[in-house]
Design a protein around this ligand. Structure first.
Ligand code: XLS
Ligand code: NI
Ligand code: NI
Length: 430
């Protein structure tokens, strides 16, 4: 045991009336909602990078957090793993997610970096065994190191493509060895700053070849879980090739991968793309590529990917409504790709941020399940489209439609979309 969380008791469900900060008010992991326990519906994961590797910097200033494991050596990496699993246990978090770069310091060579990753993932394997915590997904950091500044798979230099491919292989191996349930690719620098120096067609072809090779490797090692792309419109690059769910689907279709790869949708990225979270979720479920979510919001004024913990039950309800309507999570789950504000220095802040977020998600999911069960939204929708139930228009040609419309006099009368009535309906459940 480390003493990092010495002042943080284990968090348990105590119900809405407790005045204990270190308690869940709404997230009772054993409560059955929509036919499953909340634990199995929500499938919460802690993101290793923001919670344990992020130093608290912003564009105007560096590190604010002083963590005893910020030493850039393997002793620090081992201590970080100890503290991380202590936090998973305090929260009773069923899953975590990580990049290679979060868990081990960079080595002098590729081989040294990979050996260090292996040493830490062996430690993870032992701790996972002891605690029952599981890996929701693993991923490779192909965006922080300066070698990736012009892209990873989409780099103009083939040697960088090779380095990225070898890195993804090592991270897929690590994820597989740990029984990870999914593998994520977020193309942080798969895009461009200026078209003046960019061959867009070639770069997209490189990204397609890279993804195909990742899919082939998954089958080669017998990895069962889905591969997922995490769409994001910009930041860090100005234009990213995986802008949003619809763009990713077009990309997958182009390279014949739409049945192989799913999406991990992040709330903040949806907002950056000019969408709502529920739009992106509904798009993915309708296209059959929904995988998992990163449940972190942005600041609505700043226009940046601020990665804050969710605090809005209504937004959470609308999101989980789409997820439950689509059949709920399969291999995916709710990952908090969220970081503290840089002034939140205390170890307790790390715990309490997750406690609040888990409660908000639980409220959202319960409201969503109640709305689905009540059926009010679906009934209103069915009613709105009911004219189509008996219509053959979608199989007819313009000529016959035209003749009928000409013979029918004045034409259709508009009907109310009843938006406010439906918004009021949502308020009954949240
Ligand atoms: C960054 C992304 C990243 C992915 C994992 O904006 O959200 O954190 O989730 O590489
Ligand atoms: Ni993000
Ligand atoms: Ni993310």
């Amino acid at each position: 045991m480390t003493d990092f969380f010495a002042n943080c008791p284990k968090v348990r469900f105590e119900g809405p009336d407790t005045d204990n900060d270190f308690a869940f008010r709404h997230y009772n992991p054993d409560e059955v909602v929509g036919g499953k326990t909340l634990k199995d519906q929500l499938r919460f994961a802690v993101a290793y990078w923001h919670s344990f590797a992020w130093p608290g910097g912003d564009p105007f200033g560096g590190q604010t957090f002083e963590r005893p494991w910020f030493t850039d050596d393997m002793a620090g990496a081992r201590l970080k793993a100890d503290v991380a699993f202590e936090m998973f246990e305090i929260l009773d978090a069923p899953f975590f997610c990580f990049h290679d770069a979060d868990v081990r310091p960079e080595g002098a060579t590729f081989a040294e970096s990979e050996d260090r990753l292996k040493e830490i993932t062996d430690i993870f394997a032992r701790k996972m065994d002891e605690t029952g915590v599981k890996l929701l997904w693993g991923t490779a950091n192909l965006f922080s190191h300066r070698r990736f500044m012009s892209g990873a798979a989409t780099n103009p230099d083939p040697d960088v493509y090779a380095y990225a491919a070898a890195t993804v292989k090592s991270c897929m191996d690590a994820t597989h060895a740990l029984g990870g349930e999914n593998y994520v690719l977020w193309g942080g620098r798969e895009g461009y700053e200026t078209l003046l120096n960019t061959d867009l067609k070639r770069e997209r072809a490189q990204a397609g070849a890279f993804l195909r090779a990742a899919v082939e490797y998954k089958y080669k090692i017998g990895f069962q879980g889905p591969l997922m792309i995490e769409p994001k419109p910009q930041e860090p690059t100005k234009h990213q090739y995986d802008y949003d769910v619809a763009t990713v689907y077009g990309f997958l279709k182009e390279f014949d991968l739409e049945n192989e790869v799913k999406v991990n949708i992040e709330q903040g990225h949806a907002i950056l793309a000019g969408h709502s979270f529920e739009h992106e979720l509904a798009m993915a479920t309708s296209l059959g590529i929904f995988g998992s979510i990163d449940m972190n919001r942005n600041d609505y004024q700043s226009g940046w990917d601020t990665d804050q913990f969710p605090d809005n039950p209504r937004e959470a309800a609308l999101a989980y409504y789409e997820i439950l309507k689509g059949g709920g999570f399969k291999a995916g789950g709710t990952n908090f790709d969220a970081k503290l504000r840089r002034q939140s220095l205390d170890p307790a802040d790390l715990i309490l941020s997750h406690v609040g977020a888990m409660d908000v998600c639980a409220r959202g999911l319960k409201a969503a399940a109640a709305m689905l069960e009540d059926g009010g939204l679906e009934a209103a929708r069915a009613e709105r489209y009911s004219g189509w139930d008996s219509s053959d228009l979608m199989t007819r040609d313009f000529g016959s439609i035209h003749a009928e419309v000409r013979a029918n006099g004045a034409g259709p009368g508009p009907k109310s979309g009843r938006q406010e009535r439906l918004e009021n309906y949502i308020s009954r459940f949240v």
